[in-house]
Design a protein around this ligand. Structure first.
Ligand code: IPE
Ligand code: IPE
Ligand code: MG
Length: 251
């Protein structure tokens, strides 16, 4: 067995321990949802916020301990300014409105990604909700804002430049510190992308090395708790092998 492995198999290793899932969500399709209704793209993002609320509510009862949600990619700065401003404004409002409820329901919010390019108001609202919800233990909600997996990997590599040899585990730790303000999270078990596209768009590339991928045709604003449940059920039907052979074959 490779001592450099960064992850443990979630299932099938015979220890019977309950494993809370780390699910990464790429909530795509807001713009198309709005266009189909003759609405501005920002209306799609607004509707998308409701889907986020549903996701957060449904996740803990489905055995999910961590949700990493791709909210704004480093490449999304290339969108028209009116959309960027609208989207970041919605985010700020979301943090201000949801803080108390998240605190009461045990949701711990953490932002990953760069902060230095965000508007001051949004930055403060992130700091405030992180502080307010720090004791939350039911669900960890990691919001990726101005996030690029390639940038994160590159930053971590630069930090490691003087180390001649490094294990995957150690690199994962440095990657976590390079990008997440409170250390690394376990590797992703399941990636769900809505909107029909089948790509990762620079989200959690390292952490998703052995993640199961579920692509949904649903546009994000139409994504329901039942869709999340179906994706988790699909995950449980998959046979995760981590480069080994199935246990039944191994005997
Ligand atoms: C995803 O929806 C949300 C963000 C990128 C913030 P899009 O805005 O990408 O929606 P489509 O893909 O254009 O429909
Ligand atoms: C990925 O969606 C980013 C987020 C959901 C935040 P995009 O819509 O930006 O990705 P591409 O451009 O289709 O790859
Ligand atoms: Mg898109």
């Amino acid at each position: 067995m490779d001592p450099n492995r960064t992850m443990k198999p979630a299932f099938g290793n015979g220890d019977g321990a309950a494993h809370l899932l780390h699910v990464a969500v790429i909530p795509d399709g807001n713009g198309r949802w709005a266009a189909a209704r003759g609405l501005p793209r920002t209306a799609g993002h607004q509707a998308g916020v409701e889907s986020v609320r549903r996701l957060v509510e449904a996740a803990p009862s489905l055995g999910i301990g961590i949700v990493s949600l791709y909210v704004f990619s480093a490449d999304n700065w290339e969108r028209p300014q009116v959309e960027v401003v609208g989207l970041l404004g919605l985010l700020e409002r979301f943090f201000i409105e949801e803080g108390q409820k998240f605190r009461e329901t045990g949701v711990r919010v953490r932002a990953i990604g760069r902060r230095d390019r965000l508007p001051q108001g949004l930055r403060s609202s992130i700091g405030a909700i992180e502080k307010l919800t720090t004791a939350g233990r039911r669900l960890q909600l990691r919001l990726a804002i101005d996030y690029s997996a390639q940038d994160a990997i590159l930053r971590a590599a630069c930090r490691m430049i003087s180390s001649l040899e490094i294990s995957r585990r150690e690199f994962a730790r440095v990657l976590g510190l390079a990008n997440y303000n409170d250390g690394p999270a376990p590797d992703v078990d399941l990636v769900i992308r809505t909107g029909g596209e089948q790509r990762l768009s620079d989200f959690l590339l390292w952490e998703s090395a052995y993640a199961e991928l579920v692509f949904s045709q649903r546009l994000w604003p139409d994504f329901q708790a039942s869709d999340l449940e179906a994706a988790v059920e699909e995950f449980h039907r998959r046979d995760r092998r981590f480069g080994r052979i199935p246990q039944a074959v191994a005997g």
